[in-house]
Design a protein around this ligand. Structure first.
Ligand code: SF4
Length: 350
């Protein structure tokens, strides 16, 4: 999975690639132009991943980004190391101690962290000042605590529907006393869920489309045009082979089984603890000109995120028959989390 994410080549890593294979290091375009390793046919895996066996051909010289995966560093007014749940290895529980490894990554990236933290702290203080001026500032720890007390509620469609409604109606909402809707408006929920999920699939560039690495290690790429979803397999040589397609409106939001809801509640706990998730909510507040209260924005965003995930689980079940139990929801999280960690946020990724 990590070898599908074009790794940046840091200044101190460039000499090796320049001397040995200069044509395999490219300069990316756009506002954050940087050096990176080339991808097969411009959209497949990294050029150094061997076909078939999937071994790194420059393992001793792989970039810091390659070494760091599945950890992501997120900088706000502090440093947070977040674990990418799209990595199948994370779910086996067979790796080394994650906390020790995270600390080691922070120590090794010390110089980069110090300089980036200076920038992200300035962005955060400006953001807090803007919120204060607009009268929408909330205590983040209280928001998180209220969600922690309602983890299993957030895995329930009736509760999500009510929270979404209140986040739009109330000037400053609170989760205390929120009652689930007994008969939620399913067509409305399905539209919200589908729109959010289709948004990330609406691309014809496989490099930007969400990838799901399945239990057989196939790279499944989903791309949507209008409401039509095309299911492709990305081959080791960088070609796309179509495996199926479906109209999004033909895929209903399927109910979760009891053990599936437990896996989802666990993932909501992870999201609730992530600074990058909070940063994505802040980014939305900034985008909407500080009109929404922070509590409304946080609970509303979390509800849409969970709905998006539930719809993707329904879509995976439609194509792969993985079900809506613990196994199916685990696969949906594996599919979803890379996208989540890539979401626009205030702050910085290192
Ligand atoms: S350099 Fe090696 S580890 Fe890094 S992305 Fe390429 S193949 Fe994967």
């Amino acid at each position: 999975m990590c070898c599908l994410c074009q790794p940046e080549v840091l200044p101190e890593e460039r000499a090796f690639f320049r001397e040995n294979c200069p044509e395999r290091m490219i300069k990316t375009r756009g506002p954050d132009a940087h050096f990176a390793l080339a991808m097969k046919k411009g959209c497949g895996s990294c050029v150094f991943l061997s076909d078939g066996k999937r071994k790194c051909q420059v393992y001793d010289h792989r970039t810091a980004y390659c070494r760091q995966y599945p950890f992501h560093l997120y900088l706000s007014d502090r440093v947070k190391v977040e674990l990418d749940m799209s990595c199948r290895g994370v779910w086996t529980g067979n790796g080394t101690d994650a906390m020790a490894e995270a600390k080691d990554i922070v120590a090794k990236a010390d110089r980069r962290i110090v300089s980036t933290l200076r920038e992200s702290r300035a962005v955060y203080s400006q953001f807090y000042a803007n919120c204060k001026e607009a009268g929408i500032l909330s205590d983040q720890s209280i928001l998180r605590m209220s969600v922690s007390e309602n983890l299993s509620n957030f895995a329930d469609l009736g509760y999500l529907s009510k929270v979404m409604e209140l986040s739009q109606m109330e000037p400053v909402m609170s989760l205390s006393g929120v009652q689930k809707e007994v008969r939620p408006d399913m067509p409305e929920l399905e539209i919200a869920a589908r729109e959010s999920a289709l948004d990330s699939m609406a691309t014809n560039d496989p490099l930007n489309a969400p990838v799901y690495c399945d239990p057989e290690w196939n790279w499944n790429v989903f791309m949507a045009k209008d409401e039509n979803i095309v299911w492709n397999i990305l081959t080791d040589s960088g070609d796309l082979v179509q495996k199926g397609s479906a109209e999004a409106s033909e895929i209903p939001l399927k109910p979760l089984e009891e053990d599936g809801a437990k896996v989802l509640a666990d993932y909501i706990r992870i999201l609730n603890g992530r600074d990058s998730f909070m940063g994505s909510v802040f980014s939305l507040i900034d985008y909407n000109d500080y009109e929404d209260d922070m509590a409304n924005a946080y609970y509303g965003c979390l509800s849409v995120t969970v709905l998006d995930l539930m719809w993707r689980a329904s879509m995976l079940d439609h194509f792969t028959k993985c079900g809506m139990g613990a196994k199916g929801i685990q696969e949906a999280v594996i599919f979803y989390d890379m996208d989540r960690l890539d979401a626009p946020a205030i702050g910085a990724f290192v």
